[in-house]
Design a protein around this ligand. Structure first.
Ligand SMILES: [Zn+2]
Length: 484
């Protein structure tokens, strides 16, 4: 059997991975700036700061990427790009002219050998992201960018208790257990003399990690929401006995019910880091509100509803200088936090949540025969949780005919899978979904209840999927992309 914990960077051993002295200095500077700097009193101040950074970025980074050499430097006039554009113009959109083929080759070799030390040109790390219809994408991050990322994440996520410990030379280092699908130099760059960092491979069965966690007693656990939920279950059953001061959810949508469960067993606040392969996008503040990192990312909302409550973000990352992310449109659906401004005082855009990706937005036929009714993932999740006492977990898989011209949705069949369902479960789900349909003036979906399927280790948590029937083939394949 393989070792569960592949990488333990001890306090004595400095991490290698091409992190030079200047990168370490960069980490410290970024940490201090992100923690105590960037206090904007108004949106205007923040916007002026962004403008200055944009002008510097346009002057120094854009001329080094072939795709942007000839283009205007007026931000609003630049093309909005998405994943296929990046694939097509990969070499032109990075400042080192690395081709997609080369990047993919390095990344695949690393993934196959589960050795994530290989780099391009001694300082570039390559990550993989799998896109729609099986096309794979890659992303490039330099060691300097990793230092910036690590400094920002530590500064924004560490509680004052953890910070005090980190800054006390005679205290034990802060122990962080980090669950990842793939280790990369990116994550090892967090390690230093004051932080000990343990990498837990998500492709290993979770039970193997429980024993190791009991031994290592981490102060902070960082993992995708679905893994945190399973660890919280294990803690509830007494198999896991850890007392983290902080729990950090990354890479997946954290549902409020799961966050409550975690708080219940650990009594530690659950912070959320919203990031994509494209970089750090939002982090929860001391008050638990998710704020976009607007001091480093320009966010242009592409509104999805007339009330302007939900949007796809078009992002420009002002800190990325290798692979340029300029007006890049993400598939995620973000929901704006409404009401009073956040008591933490931040003027950065506040989110009520990351609802998921575009392919988690399902559509139901309207009762009036007009265009289809959109059901956002968050609404569907709340509805399922109303029936939640009848089962432990759920999946909602809608089959839909994507190509219908007039936005007309056939009453597509929907497969519901429930874990440990009781006898009343199916009726309860049917009733709640019908209630929701009545409220939305939509026809309730035709439900087919199917057996629960245990997810593959390391697979991303997706409770809602929209399946596209493949013509002439049995079965259906999920659409959408999964970030690494
Ligand atoms: Zn806040």
């Amino acid at each position: 059997m393989r070792q569960t914990h592949n990488t333990v960077v001890s306090p004595q051993k400095a991490p290698s991975a091409g992190r030079s002295w200047s990168d370490s200095a960069m980490l410290v500077i970024t940490f201090v700036r992100s923690r105590w700097g960037y206090r904007f009193r108004t949106r205007q101040q923040l916007k002026r700061f962004q403008d200055r950074r944009w002008r510097r970025f346009a002057r120094t980074s854009m001329p080094r990427a072939n795709y942007y050499v000839e283009l205007t430097h007026h931000h609003g006039s630049l093309p909005i790009i998405s994943k296929p554009d990046v694939r097509r113009n990969f070499a032109g959109m990075n400042t080192r002219s690395v081709t997609l083929e080369h990047a993919l080759e390095v990344a695949r070799t690393a993934e196959r050998n589960r050795d994530f030390s290989p780099t391009i040109g001694n300082d570039l790390t390559v990550g993989l992201s799998s896109g729609t219809s099986g096309t794979q994408g890659a992303f490039l991050v330099s060691s300097r960018e990793q230092a910036l990322w690590a400094g920002t994440i530590l500064a924004r996520v560490l509680s004052s208790d953890s910070l005090r410990r980190l800054l006390t030379p005679w205290a034990e280092p802060v122990r962080i257990s980090f669950f990842l699908r793939a280790n990369s130099n990116l994550y090892e760059s967090v390690a230093s003399r004051r932080v000990s960092f343990e990498f837990c491979d998500l492709l290993e069965p979770i039970d193997a990690h429980i024993e190791a966690l009991n031994r290592s007693r981490p102060n902070i656990i960082v993992a995708p929401a679905s893994v945190l939920k399973r660890l919280a279950d294990a803690q509830g059953e007494g198999r896991l006995r850890v007392r983290p001061n902080q729990v950090v959810s990354v890479a997946e949508v954290l549902e409020p019910a799961d966050a409550e469960l975690m708080f219940g067993v650990w009594g530690a606040p659950v912070s959320q880091v919203y990031q994509a392969t494209e970089g750090l996008l939002a982090v929860t503040c001391s008050q638990g509100t998710l704020h976009m990192c607007e001091e480093r990312v320009i966010v242009e909302p592409e509104w999805l509803d007339p009330e302007r409550t939900r949007f796809h973000p078009v992002i420009t990352d002002l800190q990325r200088t290798t692979q340029l992310i300029v007006r890049y449109r993400l598939d995620d659906v973000l929901r704006v936090r409404e009401g009073e401004p956040c008591p933490c005082g931040s003027v950065a855009l506040a989110l009520a949540g990351v609802e998921g990706r575009a392919d988690e937005v399902v559509q139901w036929p309207s009762t009036s025969g007009g265009s289809a009714v959109t059901v956002f993932p968050d609404v569907l999740r709340r509805t399922m949780s109303l029936a939640g006492r009848h089962f432990d977990d759920w999946r909602y898989e809608q089959e839909t005919a994507e190509q219908t011209p007039s936005q007309e949705v056939q009453s597509a069949s929907t497969v519901i899978r429930l874990l440990n369902a009781d006898r009343a479960a199916e009726d309860a789900v049917q009733a709640e979904l019908t209630n929701l349909a009545n409220t939305l003036l939509a026809q309730p979906p035709r439900l087919i209840f199917a057996p629960w399927v245990e997810p593959q280790p390391g697979a991303k948590l997706r409770r809602i999927t929209r399946l596209q029937p493949v013509s002439g083939e049995a079965g259906a394949s999920p659409v959408g992309e999964h970030t690494a």
